[in-house]
Ligand binder design. Structure first.
Ligand code: CU
Length: 91
């Protein structure tokens, strides 16, 4: 889990980078909120390490562990949303 689950998020980062490079070219505008898009990519990479136990909620984890991994799983949607909003605002 320590390797395999963060990999899920890290594998999508190059695709997000390609979108962030190609989309401004076809929009003929600079990427809106470039620093936020870059920071979001790093945040996805790091938060991806903190979500792995969300596949083990039925295994008898304690309530604190379930709460922590639930919050981190929801939190990783925030930087992803930041990217999508900035891509949309670029267009
Ligand atoms: Cu997962």
């Amino acid at each position: 889990w320590i390797f395999g689950h963060p990999e899920v998020y890290i594998l999508v980062l190059p695709s997000f980078g390609i979108v962030s490079e190609v989309l401004p070219v076809f929009s003929k505008k600079p990427l809106f909120g470039y620093p936020f898009v870059v920071f979001s990519g790093a945040a996805i990479g790091f938060v991806g390490w903190g979500v792995w136990a969300h596949h083990m909620f039925a295994s008898g984890l304690g309530p604190v562990s379930v709460a922590v991994f639930s919050v981190s799983t929801m939190a990783i949607a925030v930087p992803t949303g930041v990217k999508i909003i900035n891509w949309t605002l670029t267009m």
